[in-house]
Design a protein. Structure first.
Length: 381
């Protein structure tokens, strides 16, 4: 790879679609990608890594997976620092690896480059710090505390660093609290904390920002597969939520933030939004929001200094858009598996226009592999 070719370095504890989609967009626009990842031991996970080779080229196995299920992955700082060559123009990392990047000392990994002057970089990865920052600035945030006790149930328990729900428990009674506390304490060197339960109706606000100004924006709600309610989202519905947008704009402006972001909000019984999580990274639904009309790719290229400021800033609301899921959601019949395949191929056909032919070819291979896996699983029941 030529040193003059602009390249984005992805540092990941596992292969996931948010990074794969962006890798496709980068490739389609003549840019390079490098992928630093953990070597998977399970046959299926290793197969997915092999299928992703055309997107990332040869993966660099320097990430060590978590020793405790749901815990944090690690990477040696010296190993990562050695990968930041002169062709690298950005580093994108999964949540559990952001603290490692903070210790590198390279401008591309320095979290303060995403924040305004004087903002604690821990706000990018530590949910306790995020909650304090939001509360101090008048953003509606559920009450939170560090003692393992509560007068009201259910109550939410969280690790300070986590992603995709791995470090979150909804504790329904005082009797269940000690076990949940022990489980989450085993995932991190920092003790977990508790947060007031406001409900389970989650909506998201997301976008790309530059120095506190939101370049592109969208709000949406997600829906899991009917037969896999605790699994990843199956589709997203774009929504209009003016109050959510105002809260989001104020939070991002207070941070002076630059980069991709996704914020989780929970709605209480009066439909009032409460901020529960801030994810300063490329997020899983971004390609669907790009399809809905907001130019996330253009905004990212603008931040990288390789493109103009995007013109399509808002997405169209009232749309339902599918997400790719590998493996397929748990199904009950061969017909279910074939329907998931048809929907995946439809999504790939539409998004090939902005994610590129390389991404589309890889995604079709992953779709066929997921179909075979689903059918094999049904036949073994």
């Amino acid at each position: 790879m030529s040193k003059s070719r602009p390249t984005v370095l992805f540092v990941d504890s596992h292969t996931w679609e948010a990074f794969s989609a962006m890798a496709g967009a980068l490739r389609a626009n003549g840019m390079g990608v490098k992928h630093v990842v953990a070597r998977r031991n399970r046959l299926l996970s290793r197969a997915v890594q092999l299928l992703d080779f055309p997107l990332y080229s040869t993966p660099i196995f320097l990430v060590h997976g978590p020793k405790v299920k749901g815990g944090s992955a690690t990477i040696d700082e010296a190993d990562l620092e050695g990968l930041i060559t002169e062709d690298i123009i950005d580093v994108q990392a999964h949540d559990d690896l952001v603290p490692v990047l903070m210790g590198i000392g390279d401008p591309l990994t320095d979290p303060s480059r995403h924040l305004g002057p004087g903002i604690d970089p821990a706000v990018l990865s530590d949910k306790w710090v995020q909650g304090q920052f939001a509360t101090d600035r008048g953003i509606p945030t559920p009450k939170f505390w560090q003692e393992p006790k509560s007068e009201e149930f259910p109550v939410v328990m969280k690790t300070r660093v986590g992603f995709a729900g791995t470090g979150v428990r909804i504790v329904k009674s005082a009797e269940d609290l000690p076990q949940a506390w022990d489980e989450l304490s085993a995932m991190s060197t920092d003790p977990p904390f508790l947060q007031e339960f406001k409900g389970q109706r989650v909506v998201d606000s997301a976008g790309v920002a530059h120095e506190g100004e939101i370049l592109v924006y969208g709000a949406y709600r997600t829906a899991p597969a009917p037969n896999d309610p605790t699994g990843p989202s199956l589709d997203v519905e774009t929504i209009e939520a003016p109050e959510l947008e105002e809260h989001t704009k104020r939070f991002i402006k207070e941070l002076g933030y630059s980069g991709f972001f996704n914020i989780d909000w929970v709605l209480d019984s009066s439909d009032e939004p409460w901020m529960i999580d801030f994810n300063p990274r490329i997020f899983g639904s971004w390609a669907a929001l790009q399809e809905a009309g907001a130019d996330f790719i253009g905004a990212y290229f603008y931040l990288l200094g390789v493109g103009a400021k995007p013109q399509r800033q808002q997405m169209t609301t009232g749309q339902t858009l599918g997400l790719l899921r590998f493996p397929f959601p748990v199904g009950t019949s061969r017909a279910d598996a074939l329907e998931h395949r048809r929907e995946a191929l439809r999504i790939i056909k539409v998004r090939k226009a902005f994610l590129g032919s390389r991404w589309a070819a890889v995604s079709r291979l992953k779709t066929e592999a997921a179909l075979l896996q689903a059918i094999a699983g049904l036949s073994n029941r």
